[in-house]
Design a protein around this ligand. Structure first.
Ligand SMILES: Cc1ncc(COP(=O)(O)O)c(C=O)c1O
Length: 474
């Protein structure tokens, strides 16, 4: 079977799927037991003919969730820029690795151009470096790794066991993403040495507590080395005070990382970039464009103003120079040495095509529109007596609850009730929205990451929630 024949077979199916994206809805979420019965997944000893494989293709496509639909509000992404979709297809068609310039010449130049462009929005014009990573979690890991290797190069060489007099501590807010825990685990830094800093009631890191925690850590004989701000917290969407934290990091001689996986894209908007005031003072930043800009999973950047520091940090004993990274003019363009991966997917072209299509201005408009949609959602919820807006959103996270929950369930059953309510919405295939529990309070977290999430959609969602809440079936 040739590629063009497969394309001929799938092309009309893809076309039909894309034409009906809006009317199709999200699709029903089936539980694993049901979904396993839905069709056969088992891999067989002998192959099958192309029409049977085409059926498999259709089944997977039609039984997967349609996250391009504006009713998908569950995660910190929704929708997909159509040019990004084409970019992912292009990456598949050309099927190469980003490890070397020679294997992906055009895409390497594109990725470097994207890094340069994003760094400009941060304010790093003359000195900058970066790499596309597998997600914000990976970006946070790279930030910690770079910090440790830059500040304590001897640990990189000797391992922690020969330096056991040194206990390195890092400071993140208690609302920070759990990926810092994973990274700490992976780097063998000891989970207890990742210190959670208190926040105010909106989830913004309290700088006084940061200073106190650092002093306490020093008194315990530890060595503070890393401070991270979150720009757009996962649940409430709050922005930590970057400028003040940068000053503390400088004074304490700590690496200052900003986790902008979710909120980094506010830098594209003149109106909202003040949320990240002081970002140019950071030592590194994670930024997922797939979250707010619809550039397709995964499109994620790790950026730093420290030129060449990435490859220096990642370098082992020169591994790879014997067979893959050849010294030449072209080899100097290789991105592989700056990455934790060897083989790496081409994620750059899908971001680049979306950006070429929209330009900086289109991107800015998109960011402003998503903020507008969040405000609209918040105002609608505020006006409804059945609901309570729990925090006035400063970003795209709109957190709300049912006002008189005791009318629906016993107080001790609130969590279970929300779980069932959410399940019921998902089973209907009408809406997908997430929930969270913070300080004992359970609530819905609505994310307005899709440009089409207008007032009508929010009103429909609220209606659907009430219908489910009042249904005897949940
Ligand atoms: C603040 C924050 N940082 C990091 C991440 C992790 O990003 P990724 O899912 O791309 O690994 C998330 C994910 O939601 C996040 O909200």
């Amino acid at each position: 079977m040739n590629h063009d024949k497969v394309f001929q077979l799938i092309n009309p199916i893809i076309e039909g799927y894309l034409k009906n994206l809006d009317s199709k809805g999200i699709g029903k979420s089936l539980d694993p037991k049901e979904l396993r019965k839905y069709f056969s997944y088992s891999l067989k000893e002998s192959g099958q003919d192309d029409l049977a494989t085409l059926e498999d293709f259709k089944l997977v496509l039609n039984s997967s969730l349609n996250t391009l639909h504006p009713h998908f509000m569950n995660q910190l992404f929704s929708g997909l820029n159509p040019w990004s979709m084409s970019g992912d297809m292009l990456a598949s068609l050309t099927n190469s690795t980003m490890a070397t310039y020679e294997a992906s010449p055009v895409a390497t130049i594109i990725e470097r151009e994207l890094i340069r462009h994003l760094c400009r929005f941060i304010g790093w014009e003359d000195s900058f470096d970066g790499i596309m990573v597998t997600g914000g979690s990976n970006g946070n890991l790279v930030g910690l790794l770079m910090a440790r290797n830059k500040l304590f190069p001897e640990i990189k060489e000797n391992g922690p066991s020969k330096n056991n007099t040194l206990t390195l501590t890092a400071f993140v807010s208690k609302e920070s993403h759990y990926s810092f825990e994973k990274a700490f685990n992976l780097l063998g830094l000891g989970l207890k040495n990742l210190i959670n800093v208190e926040t105010d009631q909106n989830g913004k890191l309290l700088t006084q507590d940061l200073k106190d925690q650092i002093q306490k850590s020093r008194k315990r004989g530890e060595t503070p080395f890393f401070i991270a701000a979150t720009a757009g917290t996962t649940v409430l969407g709050e922005f930590d005070p970057i400028e003040e934290m940068a000053a503390i990091a400088k004074q304490e001689k700590c690496w200052f990382h900003v986790d902008g996986a979710w909120g980094g894209s506010v830098l594209l908007s003149k109106k909202y970039r003040p949320l990240m005031k002081g970002i140019h003072l950071a030592d590194s930043m994670s930024w997922d464009t797939h979250k707010m800009l619809g550039t397709g999973l995964v499109s994620s950047f790790f950026l730093t103003p420290h030129q060449h520091a990435l490859r220096h940090s990642h370098a082992g004993r020169g591994g790879g120079s014997d067979y893959i990274f050849h010294e030449s003019e072209a080899g100097a363009w290789d991105l592989g040495p700056s990455s934790l991966q060897c083989g790496r997917h081409n994620d750059a072209v899908k971001v680049w095509l979306a950006w070429r299509s929209l330009g900086d201005q289109g991107m800015e408009k998109l960011v402003d529109l998503l903020f507008h949609n969040a405000r609209t959602a918040a105002n609608i919820i505020k006006q409804r007596e059945e609901f309570e807006l729990l925090w006035d959103p400063c970003f795209l996270n709109v957190c709300f609850s049912l006002r008189n929950i005791e009318e629906y369930c016993k107080p001790e059953e609130t969590l279970k009730f929300y779980q069932q309510l959410r399940q019921s919405l998902m089973a209907s295939g009408k809406f997908m929205i997430n929930m969270a529990t913070r300080e004992g309070v359970t609530f819905f977290r609505l994310i307005t990451a899709h440009e089409k999430q207008d007032a009508n959609i929010i009103n429909d969602l609220l209606k659907e929630i009430l219908t489910s809440a009042n249904s005897k079936y949940i």
